[in-house]
Design a protein around this ligand. Sequence first.
Ligand code: NAP
Ligand code: MG
Length: 452
Amino acid sequence: MPTDVINPATGTVFTSVPSLGLEETDAAIERARRAFPAWRAVAPGERARLLRRFAAVVDDHLDELADLEVRNAGHTIGNARWEAGNVRDVLNYYAGAPERLIGKQIPVPGGLDVTFHEPLGVVGIIVPWNFPMPIAGWGFAPALAAGNTVVLKPAELTPLTAIRLGELALEAGLPADVFQVLPGKGSVVGQRFVTHPAVRKVCFTGSTEVGKSIMAGCADQVKRVTLELGGKSANIVFADADLEKAAAAAPSSVFDNAGQDCCARSRLLVQESVYDKFLALLEPAVKSFRVLDPADKSAEMGPLISAAHRDTVASYVSDADVGFIGNAPAGDGWWFPPTVLLARSPDDRHWREEVFGPVLSVLPFRDEEEAVRLANDTEYGLSGSLWTRDLGRALRVSRAVETGALSVNSHSSVRYWTPFGGMKQSGLGRELGPDALHGFTDVKNVFLASGE
Ligand code: NAP
Ligand code: MG
């Protein structure tokens, strides 16, 4: 049964893709299992060359991939081009890995002891709709580099770029069945990755609720699992910070990708002595945030992903104290304006739950101790920022906030050179950075007796 693909900026169906059933999923996993021995046996330098070719082919199709994402996910053209470029860059980065997958030689008596980083076999990657290209690449690039074969399930709402990347892999010369993209339902294709014994690891990005069920399901086979789940990250602004700079940067830290970003700094904590001044600086920055047709080069934000998601986001605003609201186009499509809510207390629903939309909640704090306590008063721990000119405070607060990635005087979370992942219920394991291959390998220890 095909699934309709909708342009969220217009609300219209523009194509459809097949939705795979259980039998087709099993057949694809079986092909991946059979392709594994030959792929792991490809010489490291040759595997590296193939990944670099894949990166070059992605680069040749960068405009096409970006245009697909603008239409399918409503991403701004600027973001979509960055996202396609990120797939290329991550492939190039991990193309350096096969030749550097170095084990240890450990001093032991009576012989030689060495470790090998062995690939796992078939890796299943489950991708959400919010960043279809980068999240796919953060999984498949290191997984392939380490010598695994990959089956990847894109989100039903946003399958087009992943399907195209699967075709481009073949065009680049990757052997058949080494990287397969399987569009379909999470409850069918994704769930089969969890239950099929030939799939040795599941990488899941999405909601905490589904992530927990995947982790529970994987326990049955002691299957490896990496989880990148939700977030409710804090942006902490201290009174001594460069307030103009912090206020100018705050909107994109939460409204980028229409707030559909697990790293969104959706809780703004402002020191009470500068609270009024900071909100006065923030208001014009929010009101001038450009929410436009995502194909427009000057757009900073597009629509939400679906009508149902827009209803969910709206439910957080209806009974809240609204500080101020930015602009959004009227008419067709799932538009929602950048919205700033004033939290009455840390118990407010919009302060506690991941809205996953362009909604920023603001709360004042007294001092450093209270800022840290409020920032940590959540089950999530993915990302966050703090703004201060005091180096000692930057260091103390960075160490005290329980989160996987923090930035001081900026809003950077994801750089492919550095590890990315969550503490607490935001996730398990790390993606990207120099150590990501260890998530796609198991260590084997071999002792060779010298005899006598
Ligand atoms: P979701 O249900 O967790 O979906 C993420 C991916 O998992 C999709 O590919 C989905 O397939 C698949 N999936 C769903 N149920 C599954 C199951 N039982 N077994 C295996 N795979 C399964 O997330 P959502 O419904 O798209 O979004 C709900 C909320 O999750 C959002 O509002 C947001 O709060 C959060 N979220 C977080 C992130 C993040 O980056 N951490 C990303 C997306 C969403 P289908 O396409 O068929 O649904
Ligand atoms: Mg869901």
